[in-house]
Design a protein around this ligand. Structure first.
Ligand SMILES: NC(=O)c1ccc[n+]([C@@H]2O[C@H](COP(=O)([O-])OP(=O)(O)OC[C@H]3O[C@@H](n4cnc5c(N)ncnc54)[C@H](OP(=O)(O)O)[C@@H]3O)[C@@H](O)[C@H]2O)c1
Length: 290
């Protein structure tokens, strides 16, 4: 298969590269293709003619988006429209990643694939919802719209930024004896490798096009998630519970943000996935698994 991965230096892209390594892969990040450049998107995609596009490129700084609204909407919203337009013309399967933050309803029991996202609580969520709308309005487009949440996985190879919660907790626990973590926000931590494998299954098994929720299973809160990270990593750091209002952030987060997967076999529990990730962690970092 001729597959194009967009946002190829990002976190999820590392495991997509790993899982699809046997395929004919093209890897583009911003330098390869800035998705906000409509003319370039048209020209390069028409030339490459990929059969499958895995679009992980996005503006993902949730707090930063509150100040950079225009940029977030340009990348997460408008540019998705450029990609869907061309994907339809060249007949590519457009695989796109979205977020639990498109839902602003604070529904305690969670959200199924056909629940309608309403009133996202922050700019990032609103911009990602705009991207979803671009996909759904492109009639005849072959697409997988995949919602994921609380993502953890390998950080980028060169410019290592501590971008995900697991790495942040690991880093802080090297320096601090105690860490306060909020216990009143609920969601499903999700491992990039499990998402990548599930995406491969969707494509290989020619599952019907549409919306899929691919979280790891069982919901938790950030406090219990952090406790599990230090426990598995064998750190002595104490995790203490606190409330959202103790940690004011620029972007509002939903209290309940639980994705329900009703369409395909459920992914494994997040605890098992986390253990697997932490066992592989040194491989990602040292041996550059990707
Ligand atoms: N991380 C999470 O917790 C989470 C949760 C739910 C859903 N998602 C979604 O899952 C997908 C992958 O997330 P991730 O955490 O792997 O993202 P990530 O690590 O931030 O990677 C995104 C990549 O896209 C690149 N990019 C930004 N603007 C671009 C542009 N104009 N043209 C081309 N590339 C551009 C980024 O480059 P720079 O870094 O240089 O800007 C980065 O390499 C995203 O769609 C995200 O919204 C993520």
């Amino acid at each position: 298969m001729r597959i194009l991965i967009l946002g190829s230096k990002g976190m999820l892209a590392q495991d997509l590269k790993l899982v699809f390594r046997e395929e004919n892969l093209t890897l583009w990040d911003k330098e390869g293709l800035d998705i906000t450049n409509k003319e370039m998107v048209k020209r390069k995609l028409k030339k490459l003619k990929p059969e499958i596009i895995l679009n992980t490129s996005a503006y993902t700084d949730v707090d930063g988006a509150e100040k950079k609204k225009e940029l977030a909407f340009k990348i997460n919203g408008e540019a998705v429209g450029y990609l869907t337009e061309i994907s339809k013309i060249i007949g590519a399967i457009f695989t796109h990643f979205s977020t639990d933050y498109v839902f602003g309803q604070n529904k305690k029991e969670g959200y199924k694939e056909d629940d309608k996202p309403l009133n996202p609580l922050n700019v990032y969520g609103a911009s990602k919802l705009e991207g979803e709308r671009k996909i759904l309005k492109e009639k005849g487009l072959k697409y997988y719209l995949i919602r994921i949440s609380w993502l953890f996985g390998p950080s980028r190879r060169k410019k290592r930024k501590y971008k995900n919660f697991v790495e942040t907790i690991l880093k802080i626990s090297e320096e601090k004896k105690e860490i306060k973590v909020v216990n009143d926000q609920f969601g499903k931590p999700t491992y990039t490798l499990d998402v990548a494998k599930a995406v491969k299954n969707l494509i290989e098994n020619k599952k019907p096009y549409g919306i899929y929720h691919l979280p790891n299973e069982s919901w938790t809160n950030w406090y219990n998630f952090a406790k599990k990270i230090v426990e598995i990593a064998g750190r002595k750091t104490k995790i203490l519970p606190c409330k959202t209002e103790d940690f004011p952030r620029p972007a509002k987060r939903p209290k309940y943000s639980i994705l329900i997967n009703t369409k395909i076999p459920k992914l494994r529990n997040w605890q098992e996935a986390l253990k697997d990730f932490l066992e592989k962690y040194h491989l990602y970092i040292i041996k550059e698994l990707w």
